[in-house]
Design a protein around this ligand. Structure first.
Ligand SMILES: Nc1nc2c(ncn2[C@@H]2O[C@H](COP(=O)(O)OP(=O)(O)O)[C@@H](O)[C@H]2O)c(=O)[nH]1
Ligand SMILES: [Mg+2]
Length: 412
């Protein structure tokens, strides 16, 4: 059928886009990473079996006694200068009891509507054109709709899913009024967005550790500032760890945000080991009884092995202090990059176990449809969205609110 052919021709396009984007994802400063560092990280490449069920509170001050199965006689660079202070004798055991906090933030509808305005307007302008003069949802309308969804960054697979379910409905109803297309669409999109809300906004252990990952420029540092202020507004104490040690500016910028949020920060000097900063931060949080720890990282996706090693080392080192850490690996994505954000989400979930996502910069873009595809395809909850550059421009992701705002133009 004509309709299916169209699907194929569309399928091709994004794969081309994907190829291009592989390159785009690489952020330029990262090319500077030197061989020494990459070798250092290689040393701890293996994923670690960690069979540690022993509840024994033995303090272990040693730095990384990794078994090294690689026979390659690598000329070692200088031994890791991991300045780990001795782990405290597990004070967390006692505090764990009964700590539970449900996070709550009423959606600022006006702000959300405003953020999604461009996305919504562009989407419905196209829908209007597709159904003008039409009475019935026919093959042509579906064909156009498919194109609209794809050009709105919903993504090919999710678009096919939506089109197929609408096709089924149309086949069942025999006659579906084209003017009702938006109503049907709203329902289908609502069904498709992954939303496991009950689980999402709970903090049930302390300190609750969030490791923030994502490529340069997506809005990690800004989002950490927003999150810190949000958690604080929920009555939680927050400690931030500046583990993006790649650029001095990154540490300074994070300090500014921690100042704005009026929360504390742990840092070391530029170039220091991110795992060591993370260890220090968690150690301090345990000693001083903080509720939430947020760790900033440098997102160098150009070398997946390096990144994987760096992130797993951060986790491993923190687990010496607290076995459950990090409780959450939050991937930040720039929504205004459309399909590129989707690609990053896919790639990051290959590198580390992403447990939640924040999509930023939904304000000022018409590519907000990417949220639909990402949440459908990855089965990882989008927990937060960024709706501007200020500290309060953050919303908890709520599927119903999102769909409402996405469809705000439908009745106009
Ligand atoms: N419009 C808009 N800009 C944002 C948002 N989040 C971050 N930014 C901007 O994105 C740029 C990069 O942010 P930054 O936090 O430094 O990204 P990082 O490199 O991932 O840490 C900055 O100019 C931020 O102001 C958002 O939700 N909306
Ligand atoms: Mg940053």
């Amino acid at each position: 059928m004509n309709f299916f052919k169209r699907l194929f021709s569309w399928k091709k396009k994004p794969s081309k886009i994907e190829d291009e984007q592989e390159d785009e994802i690489v952020d330029s400063d990262d090319n500077k990473i030197d061989k020494k560092e990459s070798k250092k990280l290689k040393k701890i490449a293996e994923p670690e079996p960690e069979p540690e069920p022993e509840p024994e509170p033995e303090p272990e001050p040693e730095p990384e006694p990794e078994p090294e199965p690689e026979p390659e006689p690598e000329p070692e660079p200088e031994p890791e200068p991991e300045p780990e202070p001795e782990p405290e004798p597990e004070p967390e055991k006692k505090k764990k009891v009964g700590f539970f906090k449900r996070l709550f933030k009423k959606t600022d509808k006006e702000n959300l509507d405003k953020s999604l305005e461009k996305t919504s307007k562009s989407f419905f302008d196209k829908i209007k054109k597709a159904v003008v003069g039409k009475t019935k949802v026919d093959v042509q309308v579906l064909d156009d709709l498919e194109e609209i969804l794809i050009t709105s960054d919903v993504g090919v697979k999710t678009t096919i899913k939506i089109i197929e379910s609408i096709e089924e409905r149309v086949a069942k109803d025999k006659y579906t009024n084209a003017q009702e297309l938006d109503v049907i669409l709203k329902e289908e999109i609502g069904n498709i967005i992954y939303d496991d809300k009950k689980e999402d906004f709970n903090i049930n252990d302390k300190p609750y550790v969030i490791l923030v990952v994502g490529v340069n420029g997506v809005g990690k540092t800004t989002s950490i500032g927003k999150l810190a202020k949000f958690f604080k507004s929920q009555g939680l104490s927050v400690l931030i760890g500046a583990a993006d040690t790649f650029r001095a500016a990154a540490i300074e910028q994070l300090e500014e945000w921690s100042g704005r949020a009026e929360v504390d920060l742990i840092k070391q000097k530029m170039g220091s080991d991110p795992a060591s900063v993370s260890f220090d931060t968690l150690n301090s949080a345990i000693n001083k009884d903080y509720d939430v720890v947020i760790i900033d990282t440098a997102g160098r996706l150009h070398n997946k092995v390096n990144l994987m090693n760096e992130l797993s080392k951060i986790s491993r080192v923190m687990q010496k202090l607290k076995q459950e850490a990090p409780h959450e690996i939050l991937l930040v994505l720039d929504g205004s990059t459309g399909q590129n954000a989707y690609e990053q989400a896919k790639q990051f979930s290959e590198v580390t176990k992403v447990t939640s996502m924040m999509v930023t910069k939904l304000d000022g873009t018409a590519k907000g449809g990417v949220v639909i595809g990402i949440s459908d395809q990855l089965n990882i909850p989008i927990k937060y969205i960024g709706t501007g550059e200020s500290i309060d421009d953050i919303e908890l992701f709520d599927k119903v609110d999102f769909v409402e705002s996405f469809f705000q133009n439908k009745s106009k």
